[in-house]
Design a protein around this ligand. Sequence first.
Ligand code: B4P
Length: 277
Amino acid sequence: MATYAIGDLQGCYAEFDALLSRLDFSPSRDRLWLAGDLVNRGPGSLACLRRVMALEGAVETVLGNHDLHLLAVARGHGKLKRNDTLAEILAVPDCDALMDWLCAQPLLVADSARNRVMTHAGLLPQWSLAEARELAAEAEAVLGGDAVDDFLAEMYGNRPARWSPALEGLDRLRSIVNVFTRMRFIDADGTLDFSAKEGLDSAPAGFAPWFTYPRRHPREADLTLLFGHWAALEGETPGARVRAEALDTGCVWGGSLTALDLDSGERIAEPSHQMRR
Ligand SMILES: Nc1ncnc2c1ncn2[C@@H]1O[C@H](COP(=O)(O)OP(=O)(O)OP(=O)(O)OP(=O)(O)OC[C@H]2O[C@@H](n3cnc4c(N)ncnc43)[C@H](O)[C@@H]2O)[C@@H](O)[C@H]1O
Protein backbone atom coordinates (compact mmCIF):
# COMPACT_ATOMS: atom_id res chain seq x y z
CA MET A 1 0.00 0.00 0.00
CA ALA A 2 1.25 3.47 -0.89
CA THR A 3 -0.08 6.87 0.13
CA TYR A 4 0.43 9.76 -2.26
CA ALA A 5 -0.25 13.46 -1.78
CA ILE A 6 -1.09 15.50 -4.87
CA GLY A 7 -1.44 19.27 -5.14
CA ASP A 8 -3.99 21.45 -6.90
CA LEU A 9 -5.71 19.65 -9.80
CA GLN A 10 -7.54 22.81 -10.91
CA GLY A 11 -9.32 20.92 -13.66
CA CYS A 12 -6.18 19.28 -15.07
CA TYR A 13 -7.96 15.99 -15.58
CA ALA A 14 -5.74 14.54 -18.33
CA GLU A 15 -2.65 15.02 -16.16
CA PHE A 16 -4.44 13.60 -13.08
CA ASP A 17 -5.46 10.51 -15.03
CA ALA A 18 -1.95 10.10 -16.47
CA LEU A 19 -0.36 10.54 -13.04
CA LEU A 20 -2.61 7.91 -11.43
CA SER A 21 -1.69 5.51 -14.26
CA ARG A 22 2.01 6.17 -13.78
CA LEU A 23 1.62 5.47 -10.05
CA ASP A 24 -0.32 2.28 -10.89
CA PHE A 25 -2.76 3.69 -8.34
CA SER A 26 -5.24 1.13 -7.05
CA PRO A 27 -8.12 2.37 -4.87
CA SER A 28 -8.35 -1.02 -3.20
CA ARG A 29 -4.69 -0.88 -2.18
CA ASP A 30 -3.41 2.70 -2.18
CA ARG A 31 -4.48 5.99 -0.62
CA LEU A 32 -4.54 9.52 -1.99
CA TRP A 33 -4.40 12.87 -0.26
CA LEU A 34 -5.47 15.83 -2.39
CA ALA A 35 -4.55 19.35 -1.27
CA GLY A 36 -7.74 20.97 -2.60
CA ASP A 37 -8.61 23.22 -5.54
CA LEU A 38 -9.89 20.27 -7.52
CA VAL A 39 -11.51 22.70 -9.93
CA ASN A 40 -11.15 25.91 -11.93
CA ARG A 41 -8.90 27.43 -14.56
CA GLY A 42 -8.17 24.04 -16.19
CA PRO A 43 -10.29 22.39 -18.91
CA GLY A 44 -11.53 19.33 -16.97
CA SER A 45 -13.00 20.51 -13.69
CA LEU A 46 -16.12 18.36 -13.92
CA ALA A 47 -14.08 15.26 -14.79
CA CYS A 48 -11.75 15.91 -11.83
CA LEU A 49 -14.66 16.27 -9.45
CA ARG A 50 -16.36 13.11 -10.67
CA ARG A 51 -13.12 11.06 -10.58
CA VAL A 52 -12.32 12.15 -7.03
CA MET A 53 -15.87 11.37 -5.93
CA ALA A 54 -15.60 7.93 -7.55
CA LEU A 55 -12.42 7.28 -5.56
CA GLU A 56 -14.24 7.86 -2.26
CA GLY A 57 -12.86 5.59 0.42
CA ALA A 58 -9.37 5.77 -1.10
CA VAL A 59 -9.07 9.55 -1.18
CA GLU A 60 -9.06 12.38 1.32
CA THR A 61 -9.28 15.91 0.03
CA VAL A 62 -9.44 19.34 1.63
CA LEU A 63 -11.31 22.39 0.39
CA GLY A 64 -9.39 25.09 -1.48
CA ASN A 65 -10.35 28.66 -2.36
CA HIS A 66 -11.47 27.68 -5.86
CA ASP A 67 -13.65 24.86 -4.48
CA LEU A 68 -15.29 27.37 -2.11
CA HIS A 69 -15.71 29.84 -4.97
CA LEU A 70 -17.51 27.12 -6.95
CA LEU A 71 -19.77 26.40 -3.99
CA ALA A 72 -20.60 30.08 -3.53
CA VAL A 73 -21.38 30.57 -7.23
CA ALA A 74 -23.45 27.38 -7.43
CA ARG A 75 -25.56 28.52 -4.50
CA GLY A 76 -26.10 31.97 -5.94
CA HIS A 77 -23.71 33.91 -3.70
CA GLY A 78 -20.93 34.64 -6.17
CA LYS A 79 -20.40 35.33 -9.86
CA LEU A 80 -18.21 33.55 -12.39
CA LYS A 81 -15.05 35.47 -13.25
CA ARG A 82 -13.50 35.88 -16.69
CA ASN A 83 -10.96 33.03 -16.32
CA ASP A 84 -13.24 30.65 -14.44
CA THR A 85 -13.90 27.28 -16.10
CA LEU A 86 -16.69 26.23 -13.78
CA ALA A 87 -19.69 26.66 -16.10
CA GLU A 88 -19.73 22.99 -17.13
CA ILE A 89 -20.23 21.97 -13.50
CA LEU A 90 -23.01 24.48 -12.96
CA ALA A 91 -24.81 23.12 -16.05
CA VAL A 92 -25.06 19.43 -15.12
CA PRO A 93 -28.39 18.14 -13.76
CA ASP A 94 -26.73 16.68 -10.66
CA CYS A 95 -24.89 19.90 -9.79
CA ASP A 96 -26.69 20.10 -6.43
CA ALA A 97 -25.48 16.61 -5.51
CA LEU A 98 -21.92 17.52 -6.52
CA MET A 99 -22.12 20.64 -4.32
CA ASP A 100 -23.51 18.61 -1.40
CA TRP A 101 -20.46 16.35 -1.68
CA LEU A 102 -18.12 19.35 -1.82
CA CYS A 103 -19.77 20.96 1.22
CA ALA A 104 -19.01 17.81 3.20
CA GLN A 105 -15.25 17.92 2.52
CA PRO A 106 -12.93 19.02 5.35
CA LEU A 107 -10.55 21.97 5.62
CA LEU A 108 -7.92 19.88 7.39
CA VAL A 109 -6.88 16.25 7.20
CA ALA A 110 -4.51 14.77 9.78
CA ASP A 111 -2.69 11.48 10.21
CA SER A 112 -1.78 11.51 13.90
CA ALA A 113 0.14 8.23 13.75
CA ARG A 114 2.50 9.62 11.13
CA ASN A 115 2.48 13.18 12.46
CA ARG A 116 1.32 14.88 9.31
CA VAL A 117 -1.44 17.27 8.42
CA MET A 118 -2.75 18.70 5.16
CA THR A 119 -4.66 21.89 4.44
CA HIS A 120 -4.99 23.80 1.19
CA ALA A 121 -2.89 26.87 2.06
CA GLY A 122 -1.03 26.02 5.27
CA LEU A 123 -1.17 26.29 9.04
CA LEU A 124 -0.91 29.55 10.95
CA PRO A 125 2.24 29.37 13.15
CA GLN A 126 0.23 30.76 16.07
CA TRP A 127 -2.19 27.81 16.03
CA SER A 128 -1.48 24.52 17.75
CA LEU A 129 -2.59 21.48 15.80
CA ALA A 130 -5.36 20.88 18.34
CA GLU A 131 -6.59 24.46 17.90
CA ALA A 132 -6.40 24.16 14.10
CA ARG A 133 -8.45 20.97 14.21
CA GLU A 134 -11.09 22.66 16.39
CA LEU A 135 -11.29 25.70 14.11
CA ALA A 136 -11.48 23.55 11.00
CA ALA A 137 -14.28 21.52 12.58
CA GLU A 138 -16.11 24.74 13.49
CA ALA A 139 -16.10 25.95 9.87
CA GLU A 140 -16.80 22.47 8.46
CA ALA A 141 -19.91 22.23 10.65
CA VAL A 142 -21.21 25.45 9.09
CA LEU A 143 -20.35 24.37 5.53
CA GLY A 144 -22.09 21.06 6.06
CA GLY A 145 -25.04 22.49 8.00
CA ASP A 146 -28.16 24.62 7.64
CA ALA A 147 -26.23 27.91 7.90
CA VAL A 148 -24.07 27.25 4.85
CA ASP A 149 -25.82 29.91 2.75
CA ASP A 150 -25.45 32.55 5.47
CA PHE A 151 -21.70 31.93 5.39
CA LEU A 152 -21.26 31.68 1.61
CA ALA A 153 -23.15 34.96 1.18
CA GLU A 154 -20.50 36.69 3.33
CA MET A 155 -17.49 34.51 2.52
CA TYR A 156 -15.65 36.77 0.05
CA GLY A 157 -13.33 39.31 1.59
CA ASN A 158 -9.95 39.90 3.16
CA ARG A 159 -11.07 41.16 6.54
CA PRO A 160 -10.26 40.51 9.31
CA ALA A 161 -6.73 39.91 8.06
CA ARG A 162 -5.49 38.71 11.45
CA TRP A 163 -6.95 35.82 13.38
CA SER A 164 -8.05 36.42 16.95
CA PRO A 165 -9.82 33.92 19.20
CA ALA A 166 -12.13 36.81 20.16
CA LEU A 167 -13.61 36.95 16.66
CA GLU A 168 -17.24 36.00 16.39
CA GLY A 169 -19.83 35.15 13.78
CA LEU A 170 -19.14 35.54 10.07
CA ASP A 171 -15.89 37.47 10.61
CA ARG A 172 -14.59 34.52 12.62
CA LEU A 173 -15.58 32.02 9.94
CA ARG A 174 -14.11 34.15 7.14
CA SER A 175 -10.86 34.46 9.07
CA ILE A 176 -10.63 30.70 9.66
CA VAL A 177 -11.41 29.87 6.04
CA ASN A 178 -9.00 32.49 4.70
CA VAL A 179 -6.15 30.99 6.75
CA PHE A 180 -6.88 27.46 5.62
CA THR A 181 -7.48 28.27 1.95
CA ARG A 182 -5.82 31.59 0.98
CA MET A 183 -2.77 32.22 3.20
CA ARG A 184 0.65 32.84 1.60
CA PHE A 185 2.60 35.75 3.12
CA ILE A 186 2.02 36.72 6.75
CA ASP A 187 3.69 39.08 9.23
CA ALA A 188 5.12 38.18 12.62
CA ASP A 189 1.70 38.66 14.25
CA GLY A 190 0.03 36.32 11.79
CA THR A 191 -1.65 39.04 9.69
CA LEU A 192 -2.40 37.70 6.20
CA ASP A 193 -1.47 39.57 3.02
CA PHE A 194 -3.80 38.97 0.08
CA SER A 195 -2.08 41.11 -2.53
CA ALA A 196 1.00 39.02 -3.38
CA LYS A 197 0.63 35.59 -4.95
CA GLU A 198 3.74 35.05 -7.02
CA GLY A 199 7.30 34.13 -5.99
CA LEU A 200 9.11 34.95 -2.77
CA ASP A 201 10.42 38.19 -4.24
CA SER A 202 6.82 39.44 -4.36
CA ALA A 203 6.66 39.57 -0.54
CA PRO A 204 5.36 42.90 0.79
CA ALA A 205 7.64 44.66 3.32
CA GLY A 206 7.35 43.04 6.72
CA PHE A 207 5.75 39.86 5.34
CA ALA A 208 7.24 36.41 4.72
CA PRO A 209 5.90 32.99 3.73
CA TRP A 210 3.93 31.42 6.58
CA PHE A 211 6.29 28.40 6.66
CA THR A 212 9.33 30.60 7.43
CA TYR A 213 7.98 31.38 10.91
CA PRO A 214 8.73 28.83 13.64
CA ARG A 215 5.70 27.19 15.15
CA ARG A 216 4.67 28.57 18.52
CA HIS A 217 4.18 25.04 19.77
CA PRO A 218 7.63 23.43 20.07
CA ARG A 219 6.19 20.00 20.83
CA GLU A 220 4.82 20.04 17.28
CA ALA A 221 8.21 20.65 15.67
CA ASP A 222 8.13 17.22 14.03
CA LEU A 223 4.76 17.82 12.39
CA THR A 224 4.87 17.68 8.58
CA LEU A 225 2.60 20.27 6.95
CA LEU A 226 1.38 19.40 3.46
CA PHE A 227 -0.15 22.19 1.41
CA GLY A 228 -0.96 23.31 -2.12
CA HIS A 229 -2.32 26.70 -3.25
CA TRP A 230 0.96 28.48 -4.06
CA ALA A 231 2.02 27.51 -7.59
CA ALA A 232 4.88 29.98 -7.83
CA LEU A 233 6.77 28.03 -5.13
CA GLU A 234 7.19 25.26 -7.74
CA GLY A 235 7.14 22.66 -4.96
CA GLU A 236 9.90 24.30 -2.91
CA THR A 237 9.78 25.89 0.55
CA PRO A 238 12.89 28.10 0.72
CA GLY A 239 13.75 29.28 4.23
CA ALA A 240 11.26 26.94 5.86
CA ARG A 241 11.48 26.71 9.64
CA VAL A 242 8.85 24.00 9.81
CA ARG A 243 8.59 20.67 8.04
CA ALA A 244 6.56 21.69 5.02
CA GLU A 245 5.83 20.02 1.69
CA ALA A 246 4.62 22.29 -1.09
CA LEU A 247 2.46 20.22 -3.44
CA ASP A 248 1.19 22.72 -6.03
CA THR A 249 3.65 22.61 -8.92
CA GLY A 250 1.48 24.75 -11.19
CA CYS A 251 0.04 22.17 -13.58
CA VAL A 252 -2.65 24.58 -14.70
CA TRP A 253 -0.01 27.22 -15.46
CA GLY A 254 2.07 24.83 -17.63
CA GLY A 255 4.19 23.34 -14.81
CA SER A 256 3.45 19.80 -13.65
CA LEU A 257 1.17 17.74 -11.44
CA THR A 258 3.19 16.17 -8.66
CA ALA A 259 2.53 13.19 -6.42
CA LEU A 260 4.55 12.92 -3.22
CA ASP A 261 4.96 9.36 -1.94
CA LEU A 262 4.39 9.97 1.76
CA ASP A 263 6.40 6.93 2.82
CA SER A 264 9.47 7.19 0.60
CA GLY A 265 9.46 10.96 0.05
CA GLU A 266 9.83 10.42 -3.71
CA ARG A 267 8.15 12.97 -5.99
CA ILE A 268 6.66 11.78 -9.27
CA ALA A 269 5.70 14.56 -11.69
CA GLU A 270 3.45 14.48 -14.74
CA PRO A 271 4.29 17.45 -16.97
CA SER A 272 1.38 19.71 -17.82
CA HIS A 273 -0.29 18.91 -21.13
CA GLN A 274 -0.88 22.64 -21.56
CA MET A 275 1.44 25.39 -22.74
CA ARG A 276 3.15 27.36 -19.98
CA ARG A 277 1.11 30.55 -19.40
N1 B4P B 1 -12.90 34.52 1.19
C1 B4P B 1 -12.59 34.77 -0.08
N2 B4P B 1 -12.32 36.04 -0.45
C2 B4P B 1 -11.96 36.30 -1.72
N3 B4P B 1 -11.84 35.36 -2.69
C3 B4P B 1 -12.11 34.08 -2.36
C4 B4P B 1 -12.49 33.73 -1.06
N4 B4P B 1 -12.69 32.40 -1.03
C5 B4P B 1 -12.47 31.94 -2.25
N5 B4P B 1 -12.11 32.94 -3.08
C6 B4P B 1 -11.73 32.76 -4.48
O1 B4P B 1 -10.32 32.59 -4.54
C7 B4P B 1 -9.83 33.01 -5.82
C8 B4P B 1 -8.72 34.01 -5.63
O2 B4P B 1 -7.65 33.40 -5.05
P1 B4P B 1 -6.24 34.13 -4.99
O3 B4P B 1 -5.31 33.24 -4.25
O4 B4P B 1 -6.42 35.50 -4.46
O5 B4P B 1 -5.82 34.34 -6.50
P2 B4P B 1 -5.62 33.37 -7.69
O6 B4P B 1 -4.83 34.10 -8.72
O7 B4P B 1 -6.93 32.86 -8.12
O8 B4P B 1 -4.73 32.29 -7.09
P3 B4P B 1 -4.75 30.75 -7.34
O9 B4P B 1 -5.50 30.09 -6.26
O10 B4P B 1 -5.15 30.45 -8.73
O11 B4P B 1 -3.22 30.51 -7.06
P4 B4P B 1 -1.98 30.07 -7.91
O12 B4P B 1 -0.87 29.99 -6.94
O13 B4P B 1 -2.31 28.89 -8.73
O14 B4P B 1 -1.69 31.26 -8.94
C9 B4P B 1 -1.36 32.54 -8.47
C10 B4P B 1 -0.44 33.28 -9.45
O15 B4P B 1 0.82 32.61 -9.54
C11 B4P B 1 1.30 32.71 -10.85
N6 B4P B 1 2.25 31.60 -11.08
C12 B4P B 1 1.95 30.30 -11.27
N7 B4P B 1 3.09 29.57 -11.42
C13 B4P B 1 4.12 30.44 -11.33
C14 B4P B 1 5.55 30.31 -11.40
N8 B4P B 1 6.12 29.14 -11.59
N9 B4P B 1 6.29 31.44 -11.22
C15 B4P B 1 5.71 32.63 -11.01
N10 B4P B 1 4.37 32.82 -10.92
C16 B4P B 1 3.59 31.74 -11.10
C17 B4P B 1 0.10 32.65 -11.74
O16 B4P B 1 0.34 33.31 -12.95
C18 B4P B 1 -0.95 33.40 -10.89
O17 B4P B 1 -0.98 34.76 -11.24
C19 B4P B 1 -10.99 33.59 -6.55
O18 B4P B 1 -11.57 32.66 -7.43
C20 B4P B 1 -11.98 33.89 -5.43
O19 B4P B 1 -13.27 33.91 -5.91
